[in-house]
Design a protein around this ligand. Structure first.
Ligand SMILES: [Zn+2]
Length: 378
Protein backbone atom coordinates (compact mmCIF):
# COMPACT_ATOMS: atom_id res chain seq x y z
CA UNK A 1 0.00 0.00 0.00
CA UNK A 2 2.78 2.42 0.96
CA UNK A 3 5.07 3.28 -1.93
CA UNK A 4 8.51 3.10 -0.36
CA UNK A 5 10.23 4.43 -3.46
CA UNK A 6 7.92 7.44 -3.61
CA UNK A 7 8.43 8.09 0.11
CA UNK A 8 12.23 7.95 -0.26
CA UNK A 9 12.21 10.25 -3.25
CA UNK A 10 9.96 12.68 -1.43
CA UNK A 11 12.36 12.78 1.50
CA UNK A 12 15.34 13.39 -0.82
CA UNK A 13 13.58 16.28 -2.54
CA UNK A 14 12.60 17.87 0.76
CA UNK A 15 16.07 17.42 2.30
CA UNK A 16 17.74 19.03 -0.70
CA UNK A 17 15.78 22.27 -0.25
CA UNK A 18 17.65 24.71 1.96
CA UNK A 19 15.22 25.90 4.64
CA UNK A 20 16.79 27.80 7.53
CA UNK A 21 14.39 29.47 9.97
CA UNK A 22 12.61 32.52 8.48
CA UNK A 23 14.01 31.70 5.02
CA UNK A 24 11.43 29.14 4.04
CA UNK A 25 10.05 30.50 0.75
CA UNK A 26 11.65 27.73 -1.37
CA UNK A 27 10.29 24.88 0.70
CA UNK A 28 6.93 26.62 1.06
CA UNK A 29 6.60 26.86 -2.75
CA UNK A 30 7.37 23.18 -3.03
CA UNK A 31 4.85 22.26 -0.32
CA UNK A 32 2.11 24.30 -1.98
CA UNK A 33 2.51 22.24 -5.15
CA UNK A 34 2.65 18.91 -3.35
CA UNK A 35 -0.31 19.57 -1.07
CA UNK A 36 -2.42 20.99 -3.90
CA UNK A 37 -1.81 17.79 -5.86
CA UNK A 38 -3.28 15.95 -2.89
CA UNK A 39 -6.46 18.00 -3.11
CA UNK A 40 -5.71 20.41 -0.30
CA UNK A 41 -6.67 24.06 -0.16
CA UNK A 42 -3.64 26.13 0.86
CA UNK A 43 -3.58 29.33 2.88
CA UNK A 44 -0.85 31.25 4.70
CA UNK A 45 -1.29 33.28 7.85
CA UNK A 46 0.20 36.68 8.52
CA UNK A 47 3.28 35.37 10.37
CA UNK A 48 5.69 36.52 7.64
CA UNK A 49 4.91 40.13 8.56
CA UNK A 50 4.96 39.58 12.34
CA UNK A 51 8.17 37.52 12.39
CA UNK A 52 10.14 39.07 9.53
CA UNK A 53 10.19 35.72 7.75
CA UNK A 54 9.87 35.09 4.01
CA UNK A 55 6.57 33.25 4.36
CA UNK A 56 3.92 32.67 7.00
CA UNK A 57 2.70 29.42 8.50
CA UNK A 58 1.09 27.18 5.89
CA UNK A 59 -2.37 25.73 6.47
CA UNK A 60 -3.57 22.95 4.17
CA UNK A 61 -7.18 21.84 4.46
CA UNK A 62 -8.49 18.58 3.06
CA UNK A 63 -12.23 18.08 3.12
CA UNK A 64 -13.58 14.85 4.57
CA UNK A 65 -14.54 12.07 2.20
CA UNK A 66 -17.44 9.88 3.20
CA UNK A 67 -17.02 10.55 6.90
CA UNK A 68 -18.29 13.45 8.97
CA UNK A 69 -16.01 13.23 11.99
CA UNK A 70 -14.38 16.02 13.96
CA UNK A 71 -11.47 17.57 12.03
CA UNK A 72 -8.02 16.18 12.74
CA UNK A 73 -4.87 18.29 12.74
CA UNK A 74 -1.32 17.33 11.82
CA UNK A 75 1.53 19.68 12.58
CA UNK A 76 5.05 19.63 11.16
CA UNK A 77 7.64 22.40 10.77
CA UNK A 78 9.26 23.42 7.51
CA UNK A 79 12.51 24.92 8.83
CA UNK A 80 15.67 23.05 9.76
CA UNK A 81 18.52 23.92 12.12
CA UNK A 82 21.79 25.35 10.86
CA UNK A 83 24.14 24.35 9.39
CA UNK A 84 21.79 23.68 6.53
CA UNK A 85 23.07 24.96 3.21
CA UNK A 86 23.22 22.48 0.40
CA UNK A 87 22.18 19.23 2.05
CA UNK A 88 23.21 16.13 0.16
CA UNK A 89 21.24 13.18 1.47
CA UNK A 90 22.91 9.82 0.93
CA UNK A 91 21.22 6.44 1.28
CA UNK A 92 23.38 3.66 2.69
CA UNK A 93 21.96 0.31 3.81
CA UNK A 94 18.48 1.78 3.89
CA UNK A 95 19.49 4.72 6.10
CA UNK A 96 19.59 8.36 5.02
CA UNK A 97 22.36 10.60 6.34
CA UNK A 98 24.06 13.78 5.20
CA UNK A 99 27.07 13.57 2.89
CA UNK A 100 28.58 16.91 3.78
CA UNK A 101 29.06 19.20 6.75
CA UNK A 102 25.37 19.83 7.18
CA UNK A 103 22.58 18.38 9.21
CA UNK A 104 20.31 16.05 7.24
CA UNK A 105 17.19 17.98 8.13
CA UNK A 106 15.20 14.82 8.89
CA UNK A 107 13.99 17.08 11.70
CA UNK A 108 11.36 17.72 10.51
CA UNK A 109 11.44 16.61 6.86
CA UNK A 110 11.02 12.94 7.75
CA UNK A 111 7.71 13.93 9.34
CA UNK A 112 6.69 15.96 6.29
CA UNK A 113 7.57 13.12 3.89
CA UNK A 114 5.64 10.59 6.00
CA UNK A 115 2.59 12.81 6.17
CA UNK A 116 2.65 13.41 2.39
CA UNK A 117 2.96 9.68 1.72
CA UNK A 118 0.11 8.92 4.14
CA UNK A 119 -2.10 11.44 2.35
CA UNK A 120 -1.10 9.93 -1.03
CA UNK A 121 -2.12 6.47 0.13
CA UNK A 122 -5.37 7.70 1.66
CA UNK A 123 -6.23 9.33 -1.66
CA UNK A 124 -5.14 6.39 -3.84
CA UNK A 125 -6.99 3.82 -1.75
CA UNK A 126 -10.09 6.00 -1.39
CA UNK A 127 -9.92 5.62 2.37
CA UNK A 128 -12.90 7.38 3.92
CA UNK A 129 -11.80 10.07 6.37
CA UNK A 130 -12.99 13.19 8.15
CA UNK A 131 -11.69 16.71 7.52
CA UNK A 132 -7.89 17.01 7.82
CA UNK A 133 -6.00 20.18 8.61
CA UNK A 134 -2.23 20.34 8.18
CA UNK A 135 -0.21 23.15 9.71
CA UNK A 136 3.37 23.52 8.51
CA UNK A 137 4.99 26.07 10.79
CA UNK A 138 7.98 28.28 10.13
CA UNK A 139 10.94 28.98 12.43
CA UNK A 140 10.28 26.21 14.97
CA UNK A 141 13.98 25.78 15.58
CA UNK A 142 14.60 29.32 16.83
CA UNK A 143 12.07 29.22 19.64
CA UNK A 144 8.76 27.98 18.23
CA UNK A 145 8.44 31.36 16.54
CA UNK A 146 5.96 30.26 13.87
CA UNK A 147 3.65 28.46 16.30
CA UNK A 148 3.75 31.44 18.66
CA UNK A 149 2.69 33.77 15.83
CA UNK A 150 0.23 31.38 14.23
CA UNK A 151 -3.29 32.63 13.49
CA UNK A 152 -5.23 29.95 15.37
CA UNK A 153 -8.52 31.11 13.86
CA UNK A 154 -7.39 29.44 10.62
CA UNK A 155 -7.92 25.94 11.99
CA UNK A 156 -11.02 24.37 13.48
CA UNK A 157 -9.54 21.07 14.73
CA UNK A 158 -9.34 20.65 18.50
CA UNK A 159 -7.24 17.47 18.40
CA UNK A 160 -4.10 16.51 16.60
CA UNK A 161 -0.61 15.14 16.24
CA UNK A 162 2.74 16.84 15.86
CA UNK A 163 5.22 14.73 13.90
CA UNK A 164 8.42 15.86 15.51
CA UNK A 165 10.32 13.66 17.91
CA UNK A 166 13.14 11.13 17.69
CA UNK A 167 12.89 7.36 17.54
CA UNK A 168 10.15 4.99 16.47
CA UNK A 169 6.92 3.93 18.17
CA UNK A 170 7.20 6.74 20.67
CA UNK A 171 4.69 9.36 21.66
CA UNK A 172 5.17 12.34 23.92
CA UNK A 173 2.20 13.40 26.03
CA UNK A 174 4.03 15.67 28.43
CA UNK A 175 6.75 18.24 27.88
CA UNK A 176 8.10 20.86 30.22
CA UNK A 177 7.49 24.57 30.19
CA UNK A 178 10.42 26.96 30.44
CA UNK A 179 11.22 30.40 31.73
CA UNK A 180 14.16 32.44 30.45
CA UNK A 181 15.85 34.57 33.08
CA UNK A 182 17.85 37.66 32.29
CA UNK A 183 19.46 39.22 35.34
CA UNK A 184 21.39 42.47 35.29
CA UNK A 185 23.35 43.37 38.38
CA UNK A 186 24.54 46.89 38.95
CA UNK A 187 27.09 47.41 41.68
CA UNK A 188 29.48 50.32 42.05
CA UNK A 189 32.81 50.73 40.28
CA UNK A 190 35.94 51.78 42.10
CA UNK A 191 39.70 51.35 41.82
CA UNK A 192 40.35 47.85 43.11
CA UNK A 193 43.77 48.72 44.57
CA UNK A 194 43.35 52.23 45.85
CA UNK A 195 39.74 52.29 47.02
CA UNK A 196 38.08 48.86 47.05
CA UNK A 197 35.96 49.96 50.02
CA UNK A 198 34.29 52.51 47.75
CA UNK A 199 33.07 49.83 45.35
CA UNK A 200 30.43 47.10 45.32
CA UNK A 201 31.31 44.14 43.15
CA UNK A 202 28.63 42.90 40.78
CA UNK A 203 30.67 39.71 40.22
CA UNK A 204 30.84 38.98 43.93
CA UNK A 205 27.11 39.57 44.21
CA UNK A 206 26.48 37.08 41.42
CA UNK A 207 28.85 34.54 42.95
CA UNK A 208 27.10 34.81 46.28
CA UNK A 209 23.70 34.40 44.66
CA UNK A 210 24.64 31.45 42.46
CA UNK A 211 26.43 29.63 45.29
CA UNK A 212 23.11 29.56 47.17
CA UNK A 213 21.06 28.50 44.14
CA UNK A 214 19.55 25.09 43.48
CA UNK A 215 20.64 24.27 39.91
CA UNK A 216 20.85 21.28 37.58
CA UNK A 217 18.26 18.55 38.10
CA UNK A 218 15.91 19.79 40.78
CA UNK A 219 13.58 16.79 40.67
CA UNK A 220 12.31 14.27 38.11
CA UNK A 221 10.43 16.95 36.22
CA UNK A 222 12.30 20.16 36.96
CA UNK A 223 15.69 21.49 35.85
CA UNK A 224 17.51 24.81 36.13
CA UNK A 225 20.65 26.35 34.68
CA UNK A 226 22.75 29.47 34.67
CA UNK A 227 24.04 29.49 31.11
CA UNK A 228 26.05 32.63 30.58
CA UNK A 229 27.70 35.39 32.55
CA UNK A 230 29.14 38.52 31.07
CA UNK A 231 30.56 41.57 32.76
CA UNK A 232 33.37 43.47 34.37
CA UNK A 233 35.79 45.82 32.67
CA UNK A 234 39.34 45.40 33.88
CA UNK A 235 41.51 43.56 36.41
CA UNK A 236 41.87 46.58 38.63
CA UNK A 237 38.30 47.85 38.62
CA UNK A 238 35.65 46.66 41.03
CA UNK A 239 33.06 45.41 38.51
CA UNK A 240 29.95 47.53 38.35
CA UNK A 241 27.86 45.64 35.78
CA UNK A 242 27.14 42.00 35.11
CA UNK A 243 24.59 40.24 32.90
CA UNK A 244 23.46 36.71 33.54
CA UNK A 245 21.16 34.47 31.55
CA UNK A 246 19.63 31.27 32.82
CA UNK A 247 16.57 29.12 32.60
CA UNK A 248 14.20 26.95 34.57
CA UNK A 249 12.12 24.12 33.13
CA UNK A 250 9.42 21.97 34.62
CA UNK A 251 6.56 19.73 33.56
CA UNK A 252 4.68 21.22 36.47
CA UNK A 253 3.66 24.87 36.14
CA UNK A 254 3.74 25.50 39.90
CA UNK A 255 7.23 24.03 40.26
CA UNK A 256 8.38 26.16 37.34
CA UNK A 257 7.15 29.23 39.16
CA UNK A 258 8.72 28.13 42.46
CA UNK A 259 12.11 27.44 40.89
CA UNK A 260 12.03 30.77 39.05
CA UNK A 261 11.11 32.61 42.24
CA UNK A 262 13.88 30.81 44.13
CA UNK A 263 16.50 31.88 41.59
CA UNK A 264 15.35 35.49 41.72
CA UNK A 265 15.26 35.42 45.53
CA UNK A 266 18.91 34.26 45.62
CA UNK A 267 19.94 37.39 43.72
CA UNK A 268 17.90 39.64 46.01
CA UNK A 269 19.38 38.02 49.13
CA UNK A 270 22.90 38.35 47.75
CA UNK A 271 22.27 42.02 47.00
CA UNK A 272 21.07 42.44 50.57
CA UNK A 273 24.25 40.82 51.92
CA UNK A 274 26.48 42.89 49.65
CA UNK A 275 24.90 46.18 50.71
CA UNK A 276 27.40 48.43 52.50
CA UNK A 277 27.82 51.87 53.86
CA UNK A 278 29.94 54.03 51.62
CA UNK A 279 30.61 57.62 52.66
CA UNK A 280 27.57 57.59 54.93
CA UNK A 281 25.22 56.12 52.30
CA UNK A 282 23.86 52.62 52.06
CA UNK A 283 24.81 51.24 48.64
CA UNK A 284 23.01 48.08 47.62
CA UNK A 285 23.61 46.32 44.28
CA UNK A 286 20.61 46.74 42.01
CA UNK A 287 19.08 43.62 40.56
CA UNK A 288 17.10 43.98 37.36
CA UNK A 289 15.34 40.72 36.59
CA UNK A 290 13.47 39.92 33.42
CA UNK A 291 11.58 36.63 33.27
CA UNK A 292 10.25 35.55 29.91
CA UNK A 293 7.95 32.59 29.55
CA UNK A 294 9.65 30.73 26.68
CA UNK A 295 6.94 28.12 26.32
CA UNK A 296 4.25 26.64 28.55
CA UNK A 297 4.34 23.02 29.67
CA UNK A 298 2.06 20.53 27.95
CA UNK A 299 0.32 17.57 29.51
CA UNK A 300 -2.15 15.39 27.65
CA UNK A 301 -3.89 12.72 29.75
CA UNK A 302 -3.31 9.00 29.08
CA UNK A 303 -7.03 8.56 28.46
CA UNK A 304 -7.38 11.57 26.14
CA UNK A 305 -9.08 10.77 22.79
CA UNK A 306 -5.91 11.56 20.77
CA UNK A 307 -3.92 9.09 22.86
CA UNK A 308 -6.58 6.38 22.56
CA UNK A 309 -6.81 6.94 18.81
CA UNK A 310 -3.03 6.63 18.44
CA UNK A 311 -3.04 3.44 20.51
CA UNK A 312 -5.84 1.71 18.60
CA UNK A 313 -4.35 2.81 15.26
CA UNK A 314 -0.96 1.44 16.33
CA UNK A 315 -2.52 -1.83 17.47
CA UNK A 316 -4.24 -2.23 14.07
CA UNK A 317 -0.91 -1.57 12.34
CA UNK A 318 0.77 -4.10 14.65
CA UNK A 319 2.93 -1.47 16.35
CA UNK A 320 3.78 -1.16 20.01
CA UNK A 321 3.49 2.52 20.88
CA UNK A 322 5.22 3.72 24.06
CA UNK A 323 5.03 6.95 26.00
CA UNK A 324 8.21 8.97 26.48
CA UNK A 325 8.58 12.07 28.64
CA UNK A 326 9.49 15.12 26.56
CA UNK A 327 12.53 17.14 27.59
CA UNK A 328 12.14 20.30 25.58
CA UNK A 329 9.64 22.62 24.04
CA UNK A 330 8.13 22.07 20.63
CA UNK A 331 5.26 23.47 18.61
CA UNK A 332 2.90 21.08 20.41
CA UNK A 333 3.42 23.03 23.66
CA UNK A 334 2.01 26.09 21.92
CA UNK A 335 -0.83 24.27 20.15
CA UNK A 336 -1.93 22.74 23.46
CA UNK A 337 -1.84 26.16 25.09
CA UNK A 338 -4.27 27.29 22.37
CA UNK A 339 -6.78 24.60 23.24
CA UNK A 340 -5.78 22.02 20.64
CA UNK A 341 -5.17 18.68 22.30
CA UNK A 342 -2.02 17.51 20.58
CA UNK A 343 0.53 14.79 21.25
CA UNK A 344 3.89 14.34 19.55
CA UNK A 345 4.67 11.25 17.47
CA UNK A 346 8.16 9.96 16.69
CA UNK A 347 9.17 10.19 13.03
CA UNK A 348 12.13 7.79 12.97
CA UNK A 349 14.71 10.58 12.94
CA UNK A 350 17.84 10.06 15.04
CA UNK A 351 20.60 12.24 16.47
CA UNK A 352 18.90 15.40 15.27
CA UNK A 353 20.76 18.72 15.34
CA UNK A 354 24.07 16.94 14.63
CA UNK A 355 26.03 16.03 11.50
CA UNK A 356 25.26 12.39 12.30
CA UNK A 357 21.54 12.90 11.93
CA UNK A 358 19.86 9.99 10.16
CA UNK A 359 16.57 8.33 9.34
CA UNK A 360 15.93 4.80 8.08
CA UNK A 361 13.56 4.29 5.17
CA UNK A 362 11.98 1.32 6.97
CA UNK A 363 11.23 3.55 9.96
CA UNK A 364 9.61 6.17 7.74
CA UNK A 365 7.42 3.44 6.24
CA UNK A 366 6.58 2.27 9.77
CA UNK A 367 5.49 5.76 10.86
CA UNK A 368 3.49 6.25 7.65
CA UNK A 369 1.55 3.05 8.44
CA UNK A 370 0.56 4.56 11.78
CA UNK A 371 -0.51 7.86 10.19
CA UNK A 372 -2.71 6.09 7.66
CA UNK A 373 -4.42 4.12 10.43
CA UNK A 374 -4.92 7.26 12.52
CA UNK A 375 -6.56 8.98 9.55
CA UNK A 376 -8.69 5.94 8.80
CA UNK A 377 -9.88 5.50 12.39
CA UNK A 378 -10.19 9.17 13.39
ZN1 LIG B 1 11.74 19.43 14.98
Amino acid sequence: MINQQRLSEEFVRLAAINSPPLKESAIASYLIKRLECLGAEIRFDNAAATTGGEVGNLVATLPGTGKATEPLLFSVHMDTVEPGGQVEPVLRDGVFSSAGDTVLGADDKAGIAELLEALEVVREQNIAHGPIEVVVTIAEEIGLVGAKHFDYSMVTARRGYALDTEGVDKMVLQAPGANHLQIDIEGLASHAGMAPELGVSAIQTAALAISQMRLGRIDFETTANIGRIEGGVARNIVPQNLSIIGEARSHNAQKLQEQTDHMLACFEEAAQQMARNINGQLVRPQIKANVLSDFPSMSVAEDAPVVKLARTAAATAGHDLNVRLGGGGSDANIFNAHGIEMIILATGMKRVHTHDESVAVADMVHVTELLIEIIRQA
